[in-house]
Design a protein around this ligand. Structure first.
Ligand code: HEC
Ligand code: HEC
Length: 266
């Protein structure tokens, strides 16, 4: 009977699929891990050189050939990789034309190009580094921590950004933008680098834990569940995530393939 023969085959097919799946996961991890690693700790001289070339082409007309600043734009010495990451991923830089304020827009640069320019600017002088997810992620906080985040927000941020993070006008045609669509990483980077009129909040003023709680609070204000999702923000963390998604997808495909072969073999 067909049913019986399936039963005879199954005990071997199942562990085989599992072993194969593990191999695929392991292989994928091995293939992806070095790539994300090198992104995280800025692969050194080659990346800095690439960043310098990109900087000369795209940024030096305003910021000076060595990032020293011009009457057009401030010096970038010591602003750190986090500032470049924030300014470029939110599309503020390169500024298209002089104006009261560089607005956020879709970035035209790849994650690799942004990392390279960030590494180059970081090599000019010490400044805040691009944060890792455990520094800024507001997920997994309990209600008490989020309530504390709300208090910190009202004390430090609402004067400009409004009570519910809706944004507000500032003197001279400038404005503090709404924060309901900003990704967790960009909130952290803005706090640490203080774009435009926004003050810099150092770790002495707001600890990483404080920032997480503020992020957790702001996430409760997102008007859509995926409001904070930002394709431009695909950093090392995002790539790791995609690795898993694609990896899992691959495993499922292989399992399905084995199952269908097993069925056809009969
Ligand atoms: C048209 C001129 C212009 C160009 C081109 C330009 N910038 Fe800027 N940039 C500015 C001005 C003006 C400011 C300061 C005001 C502001 O933030 O809007 C600024 C601010 C910045 C800051 C924030 C500095 C701080 O204090 O934290 C960073 C980082 C930055 N630029 C990076 C870049 C990078 C990287 C490029 C090239 C990809 C670039 N800019 C191209 C004009 C320019
Ligand atoms: C003195 C006014 C002021 C205060 C106080 C202030 N900000 Fe800002 N913030 C600004 C301005 C102005 C900008 C826009 C800068 C730009 O466009 O380059 C900004 C930008 C931001 C952004 C980027 C938004 C985006 O989507 O691109 C975030 C996130 C942010 N602020 C969070 C905060 C948080 C959190 C606090 C409190 C810890 C805070 N700000 C306090 C004025 C302020």
């Amino acid at each position: 009977m067909r049913f019986l023969s399936t039963r005879r085959r199954h005990p071997a097919a199942k562990p085989l699929a599992l072993v194969l799946a593990l191999f695929v996961m392991g292989g994928l991890y091995a293939a992806l891990a070095p790539a994300t690693q090198s992104n995280a700790d800025t692969t050194g001289q080659a990346q800095i050189a690439q960043g310098k070339d990109l900087f000369e082409l795209n940024c030096s007309s305003c910021h000076g050939l060595n990032g020293e600043g011009t009457p057009e734009a401030p010096s970038l010495i010591g602003v750190g990789a986090a500032s470049v990451d924030f300014q470029m991923e939110t599309g503020r830089m390169p500024m298209a034309r002089p104006g009261a304020q560089a607005p956020a827009k879709k970035t035209l640069y790849s994650a690799e190009e942004i990392s390279a320019i960030a590494a180059y600017v970081a090599s000019l002088g010490t400044g805040p580094a691009i944060p890792s997810e455990d520094q800024y992620s507001g997920t997994g906080l309990d209600a008490k921590a989020i309530a504390r985040g709300g208090e910190l927000f009202r004390a430090n941020c609402s004067a400009c950004h409004n009570f519910e993070g809706g944004g507000g006008a500032l003197p001279n045609g400038k404005y503090a933008p709404p924060l309901t669509q900003t990704s967790d990483k960009h909130i952290y980077e803005a706090i640490r680098t203080g774009p435009q009129q926004m003050p810099v909040f150092s770790k002495g003023v707001l600890t990483d834990q404080d920032v997480k709680e503020i992020v957790g609070y702001l996430n409760t204000l997102h008007d859509s569940p995926n409001g904070g999702f930002d394709l431009g923000g695909l950093g090392p963390v995002g790539e790791g995530l995609w690795g898993w998604v694609i990896g899992l997808g691959g495993v499922l495909l292989i399992i399905t393939w084995i199952a269908s072969r097993g069925a056809r073999a009969r």
